[in-house]
Design a binder for this molecule. Sequence first.
Ligand code: PLP
Length: 398
Amino acid sequence: MIQLSQRLQALPGYPLAEIPTIKRRLLEAGVDVIDLGAGDNDTPPPSIAVTTMAEALRDPALSKYGFQQGLPAFRQAAVRWVERRFGMRFDPVTETLPLIGSKEGLSHLPFAVCNQGDVTIVPEPGYQAYLGGSILAGTEPYITPLRPENGFLVDLEQLPAEVLRRAKLVFLNYPNNPTAAVVTPEYLERTVEICRRHHILLAYDNAYCDHTFDGYRAPSISEIPGAREVALEFFSLSKSFSMTGWRIGFVVGRPELIGALTRVKTYVDTGPFLAVQKAGAAVLDHAEELVAPIRAELERRRDAGVSALRDAGFTIEPPKAAMYLWVALPAGLPSGTFAKRALEETGAVVLPGSAFGPAGEGFFRIALTVGAERLRIAVERLGRTLDAVRRGELATTA
Ligand SMILES: Cc1ncc(COP(=O)(O)O)c(C=O)c1O
């Protein structure tokens, strides 16, 4: 009998792991399933990505191992984009690193900077790769809950002194998945100051920096004075360019930190496919024109989703960024119960807040991954499930 590792067993179970099975059963039964679960946009990748990739596939040199250096043109396009977007300069050779999606870099980071038993500060609800990477690297994750009354912000100042003393790494993600919360530069200044004081590496996950509405501009951590001392910033081409399956992203930061992550990755992967890096360089160089329609479409969906949710009896403020609506449930109603009932009885897939950790309980997440019309239909169905709760047909714990 092979014993599995304690680290593997320490990974939390996924609360609604049966969603895909239920979904398949419903589809087979001819139900019109509307999937607002995964953050995977229905818009196609940019045609420049497709044509560049098709050409790249005919170049045998791009079928070779990329190793960590990868395609110099991708590194150059990445730092050019950061400079255009945020006015910050990074060296393409020593201060950036291509990633097989930002998830890969974020989850490998604890291996590069943490010793066993070091504390990593992990926001909850949050992207599960922070927790998974921490556990697999043998660190001690300290879960810090994101609360609505606090604008879903991580307030490092409020953490116990012992946690700050032992912490090596904090993960921050704004615009946030799943809460859609955003930050101001002043908040980031305070956070950077605390990280500097306590020698904590700040892993800033900026996967949704392009999905901003109502004139909000998502800051980069590297714009914050002193941040380069303590921060690495992760970017993804997945969401900005509807290229989730292509697996391409990058990280920027100080050479020693980039070097440390590079060394870890040297032992576990051989870099993103070079042809994908070529396509990635092409989209980054055309980012402004490519992102504008995606952002406009998401904004239309956000508006449609918010107004349909309000019509259906939910309470929600329009988020300023990201591709999600984070919706409060009636007190005491377990989010898993709501999501399961909504799926089984109406064919609408949403993620229960508990899928993002226990602190996500009391909410569910809608991903803006279908057009406004379909979104309205899905939300009407969710409203029917809410009505069932109100009629007392769905048990609550309250
Ligand atoms: C907050 C956050 N960070 C990172 C990622 C991963 O993106 P990538 O596709 O680049 O690995 C996601 C994907 O959902 C995300 O929500």
